[in-house]
Design a binder for this molecule. Structure first.
Ligand SMILES: [Cu+2]
Length: 67
């Protein structure tokens, strides 16, 4: 499954690096890609619980998705 998140607090490539680092350790997240211009992150995940964990990890890091 795949989800595209809008994350308004993304402002530069360091933000994307931080996001990748956060999501690397979330069980069930298989793939992360992001784009600074559109402030979006694409996440591939194995189940809804994994997506919830990923969302929580990002929110805690200051990158809460708004969708
Ligand atoms: Cu940044």
């Amino acid at each position: 499954m795949q989800k595209t998140w809008n994350i308004p607090t993304i402002s530069c490539n360091h933000c994307l690096m931080s996001i990748r680092r956060e999501l690397k350790f979330v069980d069930g997240v298989e793939y992360v890609d992001g784009d600074v211009q559109s402030k979006t992150v694409v996440v591939a995940y194995t189940n809804e619980a994994a997506l919830d964990r990923a969302r929580a990890a990002l929110a805690e890091a200051g990158y809460a998705p708004v969708n």
